[in-house]
Design a protein around this ligand. Structure first.
Ligand code: G3P
Ligand code: MG
Length: 283
């Protein structure tokens, strides 16, 4: 079984929509790689009614969402199925292995599973994928949307902020996962999937986020893109692309995996668009 949430994630752990939440942690943003952070923008700005509001961490114009574990509550399905497979070999699936697999393309995560669990000679990555496929196909259509997602997507779309999805999932799994959430995904300008020809290497390669950026209209710079991710490999991909990364990690993931993120939130419900130069929520 998984290790209990670590002691340094202490504080009230609140369960919501099947996912544990940890107290919110905000950190100072790091500039996208090879770009200098606009320090002048850190000065206070007038928020109206004579009140000074903190200046944005950065001003972005485009938003890219990861899907599994960020928009949709699907990571638990992968975990459940992988625990079952591993149990047959008398082994335990834990969060250090999960951290290495999540966000990756299927073939890459299968290779990691077999190698890290010492299953070479017993199970090939192809056999692993075949075995988990039937179980996953049954589970995916029942996936739920994670807290704060609907509000944020509708808000950005209503304010004409270009939004898209960049997921390591391939086309067939994407269709199963989104079949009951089509209205929400229709608000995306585009979706880039792991089996897209432009995505030569999976996360943490920047390929998928750069392809997602190029498909927006106009000439968009990486430093104008804000990526939302749950996986360490996804945060790495965003930073390798020169973009800003907001991480919404599962609290069972070791805090050391949060070090590259510009901001860490326990839930998208805690996201404040004005911190990134985006229009404020109305309510
Ligand atoms: O987190 P995503 O959306 O990139 O998906 C990656 C895999 O399909 C699941 O870890
Ligand atoms: Mg993800």
């Amino acid at each position: 079984m998984f290790q209990a949430a670590r002691a340094h994630l202490a504080g009230a752990i609140i369960r919501s929509a099947g996912r544990a939440q940890q107290p919110r942690e905000i950190r100072t943003p790091k500039s996208p790689r090879s770009l200098s952070f606009p320090r002048a923008a850190m000065a206070s700005v007038d928020a109206g009614e004579g009140q000074a509001a903190p200046a944005p961490r950065a001003t972005v114009s485009h938003v890219i969402f990861d899907m599994d574990g960020l928009l949709l509550d699907t990571e638990g399905f992968y975990t459940e199925v992988q625990e079952k497979i591993l149990a047959r070999y008398g082994k335990v699936f834990d969060w250090s292995l999960k951290a290495k697999m999540m966000g990756k393309k299927a073939a890459e995560s299968a290779r990691i599973f077999v190698d890290e669990c010492g299953l070479a000679g017993l199970l090939t990555p192809e056999q692993f994928l075949e075995e988990r496929e039937g179980m996953l196909q049954e589970l995916f259509p029942s996936c739920a949307v994670l807290p704060g997602v609907v509000r944020l997507i509708h808000h950005l779309h209503a304010n004409e902020i270009p939004i898209c999805v960049a997921t390591g999932s391939h086309k067939r799994h994407f269709a199963l996962k989104t079949q009951n959430h089509q209205e929400m995904f229709a608000l995306m300008h585009h979706v880039v999937m792991g089996d897209d020809p432009e995505v030569k290497a999976g996360k943490p390669s920047p390929d998928i986020f750069l392809a997602a950026m190029r498909r927006f209209e106009g000439n968009v710079e990486p430093s104008k893109c804000l990526v939302f991710e749950d996986a360490p490999s996804g945060v790495g991909a965003a930073k390798n692309a020169g973009m800003y990364a907001v991480m919404v990690p599962d609290p069972r993931l070791d805090v050391s995996y949060q070090k590259d993120a510009d901001q860490v939130l326990s839930s998208l419900l805690d996201f404040n668009p004005t911190e990134w130069g985006l229009p404020p929520f109305k309510e």
